[in-house]
Design a protein around this ligand. Structure first.
Ligand SMILES: [Zn+2]
Length: 245
C-alpha cells in the first residue's frame, strides 16, 4: 500500500514539474512569449482550432468584407483535410500559425511528441503555402519543460483577451458586447473558428460569427485596424520567413 502511495505521489510531482509548473511560471512572468502588441489603434484577431469547412469560409468572407487581416492558429490534421482553406487564408493576406498537429495538450506529450506536434505542423503549413510559419500558440496555452526548446524558432503568441466563445451557451449578442468592450490599443483577441475539440461546442462558432458581423463595423467606426500578428508586433516578415523549420 505504501509503495503504491509513494508511486502515485512521485507521479503527481513529476507531472507538476513537467507541465503545470512551467505553464504557470512562464505565463505569470510572460517569459518567451507575447500577449499584447504595443501599437496604437491596432487590434489583432486570432482564430484557433480550424480550419473548419463550414465556419472558416464564413470568417474569411467577413474579414474580406471589412478589409481586416487576421491570424489563424491551425491544427495540422485539419489543415491537410481542408488545404484549400489554408491557401485561401494565405492568398487573402492572413497569417497562418502553428497550433499542434492534433490539438494535444502539451502536459501529456513526451518530449519527442512535443517536437513532432510543432515541427510536423510547421512542415505542413510550409508545404501548403510555400512560407515557413513564424508564430506558435500551444493548445490551451499550456507548456511542458521542452516546449520552449522545440519552439525556439517561432514567436510564441498567447492573447490579451479571451471570450469563452468555444463553450456551449455562447450567445452572439453577449459576445458582441464583450468584443466591443475590450477594444483597446494592442489587444490580441482569441477566438475559435472550430468547436470540435473536447470541452468545446460544435455549434459555438455560429454564434462567434454572428458576433463578428456586428463587431467588425464597430471596430472600424472606432478608428481601429484589424491587423495580422506581423503588423501588430511590428515584425519583419522577410526575416521571419528566412527562419528554418
Ligand atoms: Zn486550441
Amino acid at each position: 500500500m505504501q509503495t503504491i502511495l509513494l508511486t502515485v505521489a512521485i507521479g503527481l510531482l513529476l507531472f507538476l514539474l513537467y507541465g503545470i509548473l512551467p505553464t504557470v511560471l512562464l505565463r505569470m512572468l510572460t517569459i518567451g512569449m507575447v500577449k499584447k502588441g504595443e501599437q496604437k489603434k491596432m487590434l489583432a484577431l486570432t482564430f484557433d482550432d480550424g480550419p473548419h469547412p463550414i465556419y472558416t469560409p464564413q470568417v474569411l468572407d467577413l474579414l474580406k468584407k471589412y478589409d481586416v487581416k487576421a491570424t489563424f492558429f491551425v491544427v495540422a490534421e485539419k489543415a491537410v483535410k481542408h488545404s484549400e482553406l489554408i491557401r485561401r487564408m494565405h492568398q487573402e493576406g492572413h497569417t497562418i500559425g502553428i497550433h499542434h498537429y492534433s490539438h494535444t495538450n502539451s502536459w501529456f506529450l513526451t518530449p519527442l511528441a512535443t517536437k513532432h506536434e510543432i515541427h510536423e505542423t510547421a512542415k505542413i503549413i510550409t508545404n501548403l503555402i510555400g512560407i515557413k510559419p513564424s508564430f506558435y500558440r500551444p493548445p490551451y496555452g499550456r507548456f511542458n519543460v521542452f516546449t520552449m526548446w522545440f519552439a525556439r524558432k517561432y514567436s510564441i503568441v498567447l492573447w490579451s483577451a479571451i471570450f469563452q466563445d468555444w463553450k456551449q451557451g455562447t450567445d452572439s449578442k453577449t459576445l458582441q458586447k464583450d468584443l466591443v468592450e475590450q477594444i483597446a490599443d494592442g489587444q490580441i483577441y482569441l477566438l475559435h473558428d472550430d468547436g470540435e475539440n473536447k470541452g468545446a461546442d460544435s455549434d459555438a462558432p455560429e454564434q462567434m460569427i454572428e458576433a463578428l458581423k456586428g463587431f467588425l463595423p464597430h471596430l472600424r467606426r472606432r478608428g481601429f485596424r484589424g491587423v495580422s500578428l506581423e503588423e501588430h508586433l511590428n515584425l519583419n516578415t522577410t526575416e521571419e520567413q528566412k527562419r528554418s523549420v
